[in-house]
Design a protein around this ligand. Structure first.
Ligand code: OKP
Ligand code: ZN
Length: 345
């Protein structure tokens, strides 16, 4: 399988995040992608460097002011106080209901809150370079698929599916799956389906396409009544306006095992087949794995092979984009299982 990787991902290496009120090492670590790259090479893949500039597509899926903030954020943070190079910026105030989000405060921490959905998305010195290279990898993968490739895997981190039109969140800054989707649309696909199999609902992707009839978004995830991101991903969200009927959420309870998970996959695939897409984007989160430290589904490593096979049976030109998966040492083999299952189908 053709694989694009992100040669700059290691520059995004924040030291810690907050978990149940405690400061802990980041679950979303450079080691994740390092393990996937090692497993891909052992499987026989060579990894391609991005060869497309995603800038025009980025402007189609994210707001201009958010992109501008993200690109300059680390420099603004450094300018705030001497010594900030070794400190992580941390949002502490958000424009929730009744508060104004139509202008940028002069205060950096206020701007950080304006553009964040949570306090769990740490910025580092190399974040912009890493997320831009990740978007370039996603656009490169889409270009190959638009050019006739059967399937291309985009091996990148940090993930993207929680990032919305104008906000970061859930370790995500740029929505790589949305970039791939929009790039496929730009290059001739009339309709694109996005299937998000990460444990967490892809709120960002849903929001970016919620009013659009040319993109169908389906997601199988931990029920947001108890799981992050809590405030989106419920079964009654079916799309609006021209996007009415183009959004499918399949929340499942914590503890869900393979048999039930694959029933949901079947429902998602049936709806995707009915949509009549020209191409498929898979938000490939592997945190449904039973060993994942922050998620609560119970898929075994071997279950990722039939997952890949079922995705292939949709018989659509496919971009697969890496999202979550925090059992870092097992992440590589689980990713290869999906890709191998896809190719064997
Ligand atoms: C990203 B992806 C906040 C901790 C909450 C949210 C999990 C993000 C998962 N202090 N972390 O969907 O795998
Ligand atoms: Zn996840």
């Amino acid at each position: 399988m053709l694989v694009y990787h992100n040669p700059l991902h290691q520059g995004h290496a924040p030291a810690h995040e907050f978990f149940r009120g405690e400061r802990v090492p980041c679950f979303e670590s450079p080691a994740r992608a390092d393990h996937v790259e090692a497993s891909l090479r052992a499987w026989g893949c060579s990894l391609l460097a991005p060869d497309v500039d995603s800038t025009p597509v980025l402007r189609q899926v994210h707001s201009e002011r958010y992109l501008k903030f993200l690109e300059g954020a680390w420099q603004q943070w450094l300018a705030l106080a001497p010594g900030n190079a070794s400190v992580q910026p941390f949002p502490s105030v958000w424009p929730v209901r009744t508060l104004r989000s139509d202008f940028e405060s002069d205060n950096f921490i206020a701007r950080l809150g304006l553009y964040s959905m949570d306090n769990g998305t740490p910025l580092a010195s190399g974040t912009w370079a890493a997320v831009k290279a990740g978007a370039d990898a996603a656009a490169s993968a889409a270009a190959r698929v638009a050019g006739g490739a059967r399937a291309v895997f985009c091996c990148t981190r940090p993930p993207g599916h929680h990032a919305g039109p104008d906000f970061m969140g859930g370790y995500c800054f740029i929505n790589n799956a949305a970039v791939a989707t929009q790039a496929l649309r730009n290059q001739g696909a009339s309709r694109v389906a996005v299937l998000d199999v990460d444990y967490h609902h892809g709120n960002g992707t849903q929001s970016i396409f919620y009013h659009r009839g040319d993109v169908f978004f389906a997601s199988i995830h931990g029920d947001p009544r108890t799981e992050y991101p809590f405030f989106l991903g419920h079964a009654d969200e079916t799309g609006e306006g021209e996007g009415s009927g183009c959004n499918l959420n399949l929340p499942l309870p914590a503890g869900t095992t393979a048999a039930v998970w694959f029933e949901a996959l079947e429902r998602a695939c049936t709806r995707i087949a009915g949509f009549g897409a020209d191409a498929l984007v898979v938000s490939l989160g592997l945190d449904t794995y039973e060993g994942d430290p922050i998620s609560r589904f119970a898929l075994a490593s071997a279950d990722f092979c039939p997952m890949g096979a079922r995705l292939a049976q949709l018989n659509l030109p496919t971009v697969l984009v890496l999202e979550g998966g925090y059992a870092a040492a097992e992440l590589g083999i689980n990713a290869v299982h999906v890709l191998d299952g896809f190719e064997q189908a």
